[in-house]
Design a binder for this molecule. Structure first.
Ligand code: TRP
Length: 398
């Protein structure tokens, strides 16, 4: 078996990846595969927690994400690439772990709280529309009565906000007090969604890795994973599970075309292998410094998303000239975007080509995944043998 320390990470298949993934997650994976025995997997079970019908799209979604990984340089000859649901041991270990976590621990997970908060707000908007409308009317009426000259009032903004807030909160409280269920949001969250971080703990510990590269948003899940590892070891007086460490790498913050963080949900992404025409169009429509209206206005490269992308694909000398000329009002945004489009196209062309080549070799891509899954499964089975032994369970037939 492999001697290098192991690294494990996974991603839900949610559609084509973009430059945020490329320069964040994937650049890091590419580096890690040089040093560690890397296991990277597609968390298809986890994707089901969003919508149980997601499975109907898995053929496409899995193919897309693995092609993006390969395009980015994640190498199936160095790293083990596999599909979570093809290794049934994930589900088995999840069952064992589910007995080692209290319900209250899962209910306190910050990721669950956020999820519930957004579902509840959505629900509230739908089912409590009448109350919400009434509360809004009441707030406005109330304020207008108390401050008949509100339009002219210098503090009108804060007065309105404060009054509206109070009335909304009362409405919300009334709505919540009506509820008789023990867990007032229980009808919004599936049993499987509650167990999301437990399944994730099984994903990790099945491969007994030293490191788990994850984003900041996943740290709470990793903390739970570490707790579960300790609890298993303590409960069964064993050392089956080493305690894994998160690996937080600080990567460049990649802005989307509108200057916010590049993210599918904002619709501001540039895809890995984006076609030339779309790429140009997306760059042409990018946001720039709002204070630079005419070419001759002095611009602020440090807050301009176009310049942030120049930093990723344009040679340093040219970057400096661009920044200086922008600040001096000698370079207009249209020309600056044209330069970016050219640099970006030069960067993107080989990626696009590689991806198109992979699209012509779909069968090979799936073969690589099947191969990786066989390797991953051998390790997963070995862990489960140790788990059953530590638990004192009888061995199943071969
Ligand atoms: N929850 C992770 C995410 O949304 C995906 C994931 C599932 C994962 N299992 C994992 C990441 C195990 C690292 C290790 O990004």
């Amino acid at each position: 078996m492999e001697e290098r320390p192991r690294v494990l990470s996974g991603a839900r298949p949610t559609g084509r990846l973009h430059l945020g993934h490329l320069w964040g997650v994937l650049a890091n994976w590419k580096k890690l595969q040089e040093t560690y025995a890397c296991y990277f997997f597609i968390a298809d079970w986890h994707a089901l927690t969003e919508d149980p019908r997601k499975s109907l799209e898995f053929r496409t979604l899995i193919e897309e994400i693995v092609m993006d990984w390969l395009t980015a340089g994640v190498d199936p000859d160095r790293a083990v690439l596999f599909v979570q649901s093809w290794v049934p041991e994930h589900v088995e270990l999840h069952m064992v772990f589910s007995m080692l976590v209290h319900l209250s621990r899962l209910l306190r997970m910050p990721t669950l709280k956020e999820h519930v908060a957004s579902l509840r707000t959505e629900e509230f908007r739908g089912t409590r529309k009448g109350e919400l409308d009434r509360a809004t009317r009441e707030a406005v009426q109330h304020v207008l009565q108390r401050y008949p000259d509100l339009v002219e009032h210098p503090d009108r903004q804060s007065i309105l906000t404060a009054e509206a807030k109070q009335i909304f909160l009362q409405t919300l409280k009334d709505a919540v007090e009506d509820e008789e269920e023990e867990l007032s949001y229980g009808h919004l969250v599936s049993y499987g969604r509650l167990g999301y971080p437990v399944l994730q703990s099984a994903d990790v510990l099945l491969y007994r890795p030293r490191f788990v590269p994850v984003g900041e948003d996943q740290l709470s899940h990793l903390e739970l994973t570490r707790e579960i590892a300790r609890r298993f070891n303590r409960t069964y007086k064993t050392r089956v599970f080493p305690i894994p460490k998160p690996l937080l790498t600080d990567f460049p913050k990649v802005p989307g075309t509108d200057g916010r963080k590049m993210s599918k949900s904002y619709g501001n992404t540039i895809l890995i292998g984006e076609d030339r025409e779309t790429l140009e169009k997306k760059i042409r429509r990018m946001y720039t410094d709002p204070q630079k209206i005419r070419k001759t206005d002095p611009g602020r490269p440090e807050i301009c998303p176009v310049f942030q992308l120049h930093r990723m694909v344009t040679p340093e000398g040219e970057q400096q000239t661009i920044a200086e000329d922008c600040r001096a009002g000698a370079l207009g945004c249209v020309v600056c975007k044209g330069m970016l489009a050219e640099r970006m196209e030069a960067f993107m062309a080989p990626l696009r080509e590689r991806r198109l080549a992979l699209e012509r070799e779909r069968d090979t891509v799936w073969d690589r995944l099947r191969e990786g899954t066989r390797k991953a499964r051998a390790l997963a089975q070995e862990t489960m043998r140790q788990v059953r032994a530590a638990m004192g369970m009888p061995e199943p037939p071969a």
